[in-house]
Design a protein around this ligand. Structure first.
Ligand SMILES: [Cu+2]
Length: 413
């Protein structure tokens, strides 16, 4: 095990680094508001361990362990490492923050080597007090992958030592795999985990934890619980949770918008999670970084509604919105039948009608009336079908949920 303190380098570079790396992107580039955000620097990454906390929507905070970019700010989950097929990837890990050895394993990658000479371990480890280890592999297979601690994973992965590795195919950055059918117009990442706050508190206090007593109370998408999941990437009130999960699409159009969006699902947790959008199905094109193909090479992708993402699994899915009931622009008269009483549902002070969505009229809102509907866009839930996970510590709605936003053709003006 090599131990290398980087005090001198840190002192020299400290002032510059602090301002440059407080976000996962270079200071010169604001993160895109929505969608997956790749960390800078690939295919060579310098990661460090870190401790910190994540905010939950019910006003709590949970102590976490994590991987962060060297000199950067603590973040959950770890940085999204994007590389290209065929590149030699090196990932150096320095352990300044965690008082036990830590490591990284790369499920789905082959030929991973490391420079830790300690025998008998599954993978190379970085010792506490500034120990380092460097992993090297050739990114030979495009796809969506998890990276996570290979050391005491039921503790360390649960504490937050995980992140996403994306290998882009040789065909190009607009494709999920080396197949023209996997071309996409935008990509979204959904990394799922669950938290037992008791475990995190006991680890923070240095106390033992009985793993058989695991009892999850918080569930996260990209390190946030709903409704924080639908806030933009990099919002200032979630400084340690930079990644949002809102999925935004426009209707399919053979000319103006011919390609679906790519959804990358990853389950970094220990529990399987069933997850689904409302409003339309998804097409499952890959599992665990493997394009779905039969023995003769035939396309075995399939349409799917609820996808149960097993612990440690990844899926790549294409999502397309078909505008079967087109937007009406310019206030044309809408031939709407007034619904009969038998088609209405009454609950509390509200009336629900499952018929034509164009009911109502456009106009200026009265003074004092607010609306989150900016341009006639649609919103659908996208959530865990295990409804107890659709909560924050037993209070609904929360947890494993985000929102699908369908904008009118051409976007929201
Ligand atoms: Cu549902």
């Amino acid at each position: 095990m090599r131990t290398r303190r980087r005090v001198i380098a840190a002192i020299i570079a400290g002032a510059a680094i602090v301002s440059a790396l407080v976000s996962p992107l270079p200071a010169s580039a604001a993160p895109p508001a929505l969608g997956m955000v790749c960390a800078p620097g690939g295919p060579e990454f310098q990661l460090e361990t870190a401790t910190g906390s994540v905010a939950t929507p019910d006003g709590n905070s949970v102590f976490m362990w994590g991987y962060k970019l060297e000199g950067g700010q603590f973040q959950m989950p770890g940085p999204v490492l994007c590389v290209h097929e065929g590149e030699t990837v090196t990932i150096a890990l320095t352990n300044n923050a965690i008082s036990e050895p830590v490591s990284i394993v790369f499920p789905g990658q082959t030929g991973v080597t490391h420079d830790d000479l300690t025998p008998g371990h599954l993978t190379g480890e970085a010792d506490p007090g500034g120990g380092t280890v460097t992993y090297t592999f050739v990114a030979s297979r495009p796809g969506t992958y998890l990276y996570e601690s290979g050391t005491s994973p039921s503790k360390q992965v649960q504490m937050g030592l995980y992140g996403t590795l994306v290998v882009r195919p040789a065909l190009g950055e607009a494709y999920a795999y080396n197949d023209p059918q996997t071309k996409f117009s935008a990509e979204f990442l959904i990394v799922i985990n669950e938290i037992d706050p008791t475990q995190h508190r006991r680890v923070e206090q240095g106390n033992p934890y009985d793993d058989s007593q695991f009892d999850d109370d918080y569930w996260q998408l990209n390190g946030r619980s709903f409704p924080d999941t639908i806030a933009d990437n990099g919002v200032p009130w979630l400084p340690n949770q930079p990644y949002g999960s809102l999925i935004q699409v426009e209707p399919y159009d053979p000319v103006a918008n011919p390609y679906p969006v790519l959804i990358r699902y990853i389950n970094a947790g220990r529990v399987n999670h069933p997850f689904h959008p409302h409003g339309n199905h998804l097409r499952v094109v890959a599992r665990d970084g493997q394009l779905l193909r039969g023995s003769d090479g035939e396309d075995t992708s399939f349409e799917d509604f609820t996808r149960t993402i097993g612990s440690g699994q990844t899926y790549d899915l294409l999502f397309r919105w078909d505008d079967v009931d087109p937007w009406i622009t310019g206030g044309e008269p809408v031939p709407v039948q007034i619904p009969g009483l038998q088609n209405l549902v009454f609950k509390d002070d509200s009336t629900f009608y499952s018929g034509d969505p164009r009911l109502g009229e456009q106009g200026d809102l009265p003074v004092g009336v607010a609306s989150f509907n900016e341009c006639g866009e649609f919103y659908f839930p996208w959530h865990s079908h295990a409804l107890f996970e659709f909560t924050n510590f037993d209070e609904g709605f929360g947890g494993l949920a985000t929102v699908l936003r369908v904008d009118p053709p051409g976007g929201c003006p």
